[in-house]
Design a protein around this ligand. Structure first.
Ligand SMILES: Cc1cc2nc3c(=O)[nH]c(=O)nc-3n(C[C@H](O)[C@H](O)[C@H](O)COP(=O)(O)OP(=O)(O)OC[C@H]3O[C@@H](n4cnc5c(N)ncnc54)[C@H](O)[C@@H]3O)c2cc1C
Length: 392
């Protein structure tokens, strides 16, 4: 793969809206990605392997629980810093950002928000350093966009719960030490349970043959009469709103992350357009190529503004789930369109692993689907503005 020459576009001088701390956090994440992710990621993606050696570094740059309080091992940062870290990690690779998102928003967040003090102290510090890796089991073979229909369930057996069912498409599953699993109790109410690797009847087969997020491990979670200790139930929130609260946090991070992938594709295509000569001119001198670049930087700038404002609203505790849906949908679609256009701008070179664009493009095909599909987020916005749910 080519050396990482990335230069971040900032067309509207958005750095002026950031604090010194934001810039410090962003720049150290950016430097870490250049040093530790860019040189190796193409090879790992080609081999469909997760680069385990980067886990410790991810913890050190605040990639695990950036907004979790320091007393639990988190970085205690605000929502904009969290977003900027996700942007930088996804600039490297959406699969690496997926590991970071799952650990932060889908494992640490529910333990922090819905767990008790013993659970927080037991798990959060180890998750923050990456000593322990977690996964989040919501999606099932027959319930993806409609997780409320889940059939995974647990029964109260007096001194423990008995868990049965299966989850699929679970990021980090093949090597996770713990899984935050959403399952129904005997009355049909959804609860979160912490299931630990090694519990009898719990297996995590890996999903193979993905053309997307190849550097992220995906798998199933199978529960065959798993005895879960009662102290592993998250006591402070139940119902579908509990997993959806985690998804709000993760989707917010994805909205920022997608900007990172888009910036990398734009920056690569811009540089290539100045170097590649056809018909005795750099291809960047042709109007059709300028149209692509001009539209890319316009869309990136709009997404940056949308996401920065969303970060301010989240810091103030005012961001709604529907606002987060809008940003996730808009930014991932924006990044995917930019990746496809950038790929074309590199001609035949665009399909090779010499450049990051095709990997971003394939990765974004998962990002546009997971954490609520493109269409489901549109329905959320539609419901928000009309008051009519159009899901059924
Ligand atoms: C690589 C990867 C990693 C993932 N990681 C995780 C994870 O860590 N944890 C986890 O729990 N899940 C994870 N997921 C699952 C992901 O969240 C689901 O794939 C997603 O929610 C969509 O569910 P589905 O694939 O079953 O599609 P479906 O729900 O079957 O949807 C199929 C199509 O129908 C459309 N559709 C569905 N309902 C409606 C409707 N009412 N109106 C109009 N159109 C509709 C959808 O938009 C989509 O286009 C992951 C997925 C992938 C691909």
């Amino acid at each position: 793969m080519k050396p990482d020459l990335f230069q971040a576009p900032d067309y509207y001088l958005l750095d002026d809206l950031l604090t010194d701390e934001h810039k410090l956090v962003r720049d150290s994440a950016r430097a870490w990605v250049k040093k530790e992710v860019s040189p190796i990621i193409e090879e790992y993606a080609q081999r469909a392997e997760f680069p385990h050696q980067i886990v410790k570094g991810l913890g050190e740059i605040g990639g695990f629980g950036p907004y979790i309080p320091v007393e639990y091992g988190g970085a205690g940062l605000d929502q904009i810093s969290y977003g900027l870290i996700m942007q930088e990690i996804e600039r490297g690779d959406s699969g690496v950002r997926s590991t970071s998102s799952v650990q932060s928003s889908l494992v640490m967040y529910p333990i922090w928000k819905y767990g008790n003090e013993e659970q927080r102290m037991k798990y959060l510090p180890k998750l923050a350093t990456g000593e322990m890796i977690g996964c989040f089991g919501l999606t099932e073979p027959d319930f993806g966009s409609n997780p409320g229909g889940m059939v995974t369930n647990f029964k109260d057996k007096g001194d423990h719960y008995l868990l049965n069912g299966a989850k699929m498409w679970i990021s980090n599953a093949p090597f996770a030490d713990i899984a935050v699993v959403w399952a129904k109790d005997e009355s049909g109410r959804i609860h979160g349970l912490i299931v630990e690797r090694g519990m009898e009847g719990f297996t995590t087969p890996e999903t193979h043959n993905k053309w997307s997020l190849r550097a992220s491990a995906t798998g199933e979670l199978i529960f065959d009469n798993v005895k879960v200790p009662k102290e592993n139930l998250l006591p402070n929130k139940s119902g579908l709103g509990a997993p959806l609260g985690c998804l709000d946090s993760a989707r917010y991070g994805i909205a920022w992350g997608a900007i990172g992938a888009a910036m990398d594709c734009y920056d690569t295509a811009l540089r290539y357009s100045k170097e590649r000569i056809q018909f005795d001119k750099p291809i960047g001198a042709f109007q059709l190529q300028q149209k692509k670049l001009a539209e890319m930087i316009t869309e990136i700038t709009k997404a940056q503004l949308l996401t920065w404002r969303l970060g301010v609203l989240r810091n103030e505790g005012k961001a709604t789930s529907a606002q987060i849906s809008m940003a996730k949908r808009n930014n991932v679609d924006m990044a995917l369109t930019i990746a496809r256009d950038a790929r074309q701008m590199l001609g035949g070179m665009g399909i090779t692993g010499e450049y990051s664009i095709m990997r971003h493009m394939m990765n974004l095909e998962s990002v546009v689907t997971y954490e609520g599909t493109h269409d489901i987020h549109l329905l959320i916005t539609g419901m928000d503005v009309t008051g009519f749910p159009a899901f059924k």
